[in-house]
Design a binder for this molecule. Structure first.
Ligand code: JFE
Length: 240
């Protein structure tokens, strides 16, 4: 029951989102499974220089993105979807950390709007304002504990994680089925087992013989054991 059908991205670097035309995401858009818009924030500026930033109140280093162009851009792209609720994703290193569970939740939303900040981020009133609007949901999302230069790469990561979950986007629903069970809850589950393909011998390394045996019980047991070994190495909690 995946509902997502429209994604809009707002950025001062639309070209940074060019990879959306490629591969899995590009094909999903071409096939009409989803619609994607990328919008230049500067189109919503009023001064001759197209200013999108200003100095921070209270002082400090760097610049902060002004609220006015953001408000105009978000209101404008909201009108591109007739969804009753628009989900505004604001990328920030201070947000909730992206997980498979969050990606799955985001597939339930018909319209996702990604706000890609730059500099030291966006004036805090933008999230406050949309949080107060009944036709918006706001989520501040991080893709991990490191600081990027802006939200564009984080948006690519999140969109890829969502779009591959949409039925029809990968031709193989079974591979997603297995995955969703193994990733349901990050800390109590096993990581993926190692995978192999032909040839059976490569540079002196053999594919484990059990995988050639046709013994499905033994193969399942082998894979579970390999997953447990990998999980322990990552110091995640192996499944009890
Ligand atoms: C922006 C920046 C200094 C932000 C307090 C907009 N996971 C993740 N890492 N980095 C981001 C996301 C991210 C997202 C959006 C961003 C970084 N920056 C840079 C610099 C302090 C910041 O926030 C601007």
């Amino acid at each position: 029951m995946s509902k997502v059908n429209r994604f809009d991205v707002i950025t001062i670097f639309p070209d940074y989102l060019a990879p959306l035309k490629l591969s899995l995401i590009g094909k999903a858009a071409e096939a009409g499974l989803i619609e994607i818009g990328v919008h230049d924030l500067r189109a919503q500026t009023t001064d001759v220089h197209g200013s999108v930033d200003d100095t921070p109140y209270g002082g400090g280093a760097g610049m902060v993105m002004s609220p006015e162009p953001w408000g105009k851009a978000i209101d404008l792209v909201a009108e591109l979807s007739d969804a009753p609720v628009h989900e505004l994703i604001v990328l920030t290193p201070a947000g909730e950390k992206l997980t498979q569970k969050i990606a799955e939740e985001l597939t339930k939303s018909r319209h996702l709007i990604f706000a890609c900040g730059r500099y030291e981020g966006i004036d805090a009133r933008v999230t406050a304002y949309y949080q107060s609007q009944p036709n918006f949901k706001v989520r501040e999302v991080s893709i991990g504990d490191y600081v990027l230069g802006g939200g564009e790469v984080a948006t690519l990561v999140i969109m890829e994680a969502i779009i591959r979950l949409i039925p029809g986007v990968i031709g193989n629903p079974l591979s997603l089925e297995e995955e969703s069970h193994s990733l349901e809850d990050e800390n109590s589950t096993l990581v993926e087992y190692p995978t192999y393909t032909k040839p059976a011998q490569w540079r002196g390394l053999n594919v484990p013989e059990v995988l050639l045996s046709g013994n499905h019980g033994a193969i399942a047991a082998f894979r579970r054991e390999q997953s447990q070994i990998r999980t322990t190495k990552l110091t995640r909690n192996p499944e009890k």
